[in-house]
Design a protein around this ligand. Sequence first.
Ligand code: NAD
Length: 527
Amino acid sequence: MPDVIADPETDPRATYAVDPARVRSWLRDVVASGPPVTTTTPMTGAPLATFPTSTADDVTVAVDRARAARRRWSSLPVADRARVLLDLHDLVLDRQGELLDLVQLESGKARAHAFEEVADVAIVCRHYARRGPALLAPQRRPGALPVLTRTTEHHRPKGVVGVVAPWNYPLTLAVTDALPALLAGNAVVLRPDPQGSLTALAAVALLVEAGVPDGLVQVVLGPGDPTGAAVVGRTDYVCFTGSTPTGRTVAEAAGRRLVGASLELGGKNTVYVADDADLRRAVPGVLHACFASAGQLCVSAERLAVHEAVADEFLGRFLDAVARMRLSTDLTWDADMGSLVGEAQRDRVLGHVEDAVAKGARVLTGGRARPDVGPYVVEPTVLEGVTSAMACRDEETFGPVVAVTRVSSDEAAVALANDTEYGLNASVWTRDVRRGRSLAARLDAGTVNVNEGYAAAWGSVGAPMGGMKASGLGRRHGREGLLKYTESQTVAVQRGVNIADLPGLSGSRYAAGMTRALRVLRGIGLP
Ligand code: NAD
């Protein structure tokens, strides 16, 4: 096996160390016979880890192992499975130091933004441990014939769920979609992005410590093709998070096999500051909405609509706050924003800014690379005068760049927000909650946050989260986020008489009797 971790003593470019022995122990059960990949940390650009990858055949072995381990797991009472989630909740909070380091080292984000991932995992654990058993319990349903038909709806696990996760939220997106799948009695084959593999391996080690049986969660490592594609091609349900173009490929592959897939895809999200917004809250709230995780967040805002009545005052304060943001690549709490994940992402973000400026947009603040802070750091950037001729108007930048538009009415703000192929998240700042709710009803977005950027809706894990239009299919969180990992099964027990074959009745007398009975059932208000 190659050296798994870049060692500062032997590789002068490696500046951070993760205990190689621990990483080797995480890799012990990973089926991976393919060529190694090396990742770098965005904090310095230095090598971080080298690990073997999983071929398509390795993924087959992992799926078989997961399927074998599932038999006992799915026969356990759901309360026992829920207890594992509560234990993971405690472990993630207790061991957050190592997780925060890994998330930062792999993604480049600031520590405060890495902490959002730790908190998110704990919230999802608690929610599904407490609410999941009731959602999974068999439910009585009205029978075909009252009293004589006893009908129950059951939720059976799909089998082996494939989770294909991107790099931008390496902890959250590796774990939180797997948790409801496990609670429902499934096994999981997890393919983290190579750039999130250490974090995913550490998290799965905690899952095992929390009581998930050996083999039930298989991690396979490697690029989208072949490793991710092999997971999509071999599992019984696919939970994919990534860009819309890749989501279409995954949907096609799942469709050909007639297995279900939930697709959590891209966004081009608008935040609207209305004329009655509380600017003291709106300024830091919008700043967080745009620049958390350096804008590499599917629900972060890349369009900022500001009502012209408050535009000057809001922008004055907002630009000042943005210009004062502390940029850092340190593993400390002293940063407001960290790095982009790598060179390609930095070049894409700078490319969007250069394209916009070349076509007439104005940079109100930011706009430059900051190699003095880190090789892939780009300043938080606010543009004005962005038009549809510019790439950043409609394409997802996935970086710390937001385009301001002054609007004269709520209608104009809604029109701007809906003028996109995406429909993931929106944010409205207003003192009038009724106005906020009424705007939400007109916004084509899967989540709408009133007086928050994204955290209120994302953190409300009892409610579904996901995208309309090209932002995805299906939902995570809430009832949908659990039951999507199950097959509904209806069991109807018929007592006394057969429904279609009443003894001694001719066809016409059966039809006449049934017609009378149906009229009675309607009359007494039965569902
Ligand atoms: P991407 O689509 O390029 O890749 C996503 C993941 O899919 C990667 O890990 C990649 O290795 C893998 N992949 C590539 N081809 C594959 C294939 N054929 N089969 C299976 N897996 C394959 O996206 P990205 O640039 O890495 O991630 C950023 C994107 O993810 C953004 O568009 C962002 O909005 C989106 N995202 C969405 C959500 C959400 O919840 N809606 C959350 C986070 C990120």
